[in-house]
Design a protein around this ligand. Structure first.
Ligand SMILES: [Zn+2]
Ligand SMILES: [Zn+2]
Length: 159
């Protein structure tokens, strides 16, 4: 909840070419690295860092007609900029109240740092992780893999 009288802090972001612009208000719900194969292929990257924000706090401010949305699974939709290809958002019909946003596309700082690695069992074998963050994996991508534990919001298979 925002402090009484305090203006909610707005965070802005865009795709690489700037056609698609969006904003949301803090606080975020989570921030984590995802190693699932869908994220890796969609981004051409070793893993992808996502944040979650409440969907009602999110708004697309420019370029909606250039946002290509496709079904990436039975319950998930991913989207990207039709012009530059930046991967932008992921939403699941299992938790429509949460919007997943790619951290790298933000222009402003947020309220937290990455908290954990998810789908760590599915990671690319050329990915070397040297940090001490908790690692989750297994069938759901969210089962603890080590002694560490963490409170986190991701409870569904990434879509
Ligand atoms: Zn773009
Ligand atoms: Zn993923």
């Amino acid at each position: 909840m925002d402090e009484p009288g305090e203006k909610a802090e707005v965070v802005r972001g865009s795709c690489f070419c700037g056609t698609i612009r969006f904003e949301f208000t803090l606080p975020t719900l989570f921030c984590g690295h995802c190693h699932c194969s869908m994220c890796r292929r969609m981004h051409g990257a070793g893993y992808v860092t996502w944040i979650g924000v409440p969907t009602p706090k999110f708004s697309l401010t420019a370029g909606q007609e250039q946002l290509t949305v496709f079904a990436s699974s039975a319950h998930g939709e991913r989207s990207f900029c039709t012009t530059c290809g930046s991967s932008l958002f992921c939403q699941s019909s299992k938790h429509p109240e949460i919007m997943d946003i790619v951290l790298a596309n933000l222009h402003d700082a947020i309220d937290r740092k990455p908290q954990a690695h998810y789908y760590f069992s599915d990671r690319a074998d050329w990915t070397a992780i040297g940090d001490a963050l908790p690692r989750f994996g297994g069938e759901t991508g969210t089962e603890p893999l080590a002694a560490e534990s963490a409170s986190h919001m991701i409870t569904e298979k990434h879509a």
